[in-house]
Design a protein. Structure first.
Length: 152
């Protein structure tokens, strides 16, 4: 997804699958700032990232932030469950209220995602603003999110 984010006009041009396998046009998120994350339930980064993602979502969902989580099993099989199991885990254990999509590829070509919990901040127009490494926890770039949202 990383190279796709870098090379397209807008993330809103994509259609992805939700956890039930239904098509979701990302154009439905026009006007919202997005934090797109590839996630995994059995990664060493799981607890810190999911905890902080839930915190950020609670703080900024009313200001226009949407978090889109894409499970990824390509790194040491750290997301082995079904879409239903993954969603149940995230929503029950970490109280996630944001959408959990179907598993998605780690790259198309070029700019590969290196590991679970790579993060992409996307503005209201669907353009990539910043990319964050897996070890960069969400609260460390809260000021970037506030800037994109236009929140003091």
């Amino acid at each position: 997804m990383a190279s796709e984010l870098s090379s397209v006009q807008s993330i809103h041009d994509f259609t992805v699958k939700d956890g039930k396998g239904n098509d979701v046009e990302l154009s439905k998120y026009k006007g919202k700032d997005l934090l797109i994350v590839n996630v995994a339930s059995q990664c060493g980064l799981t607890t810190s990232n999911y905890t902080e993602l839930a915190e950020l979502y609670q703080k900024y969902k009313d200001q226009g932030l949407e978090i889109l989580a894409f499970p990824c099993n390509q790194f040491n099989g750290q997301e082995p469950g079904t879409n239903e199991e993954i969603e149940n885990f995230v929503c029950t254990r970490f109280k996630a209220e944001y959408p959990i999509f179907s598993k998605y590829l780690k790259s198309v070509k070029g700019d590969e995602i290196e590991w679970n919990f790579s993060k992409f901040l996307v503005d209201k127009d669907g353009k990539l603003v910043e990319r964050y490494a897996p070890t960069t926890t969400p609260l460390t770039f809260e000021n970037d999110i506030k800037k994109v949202l236009g929140v003091a």
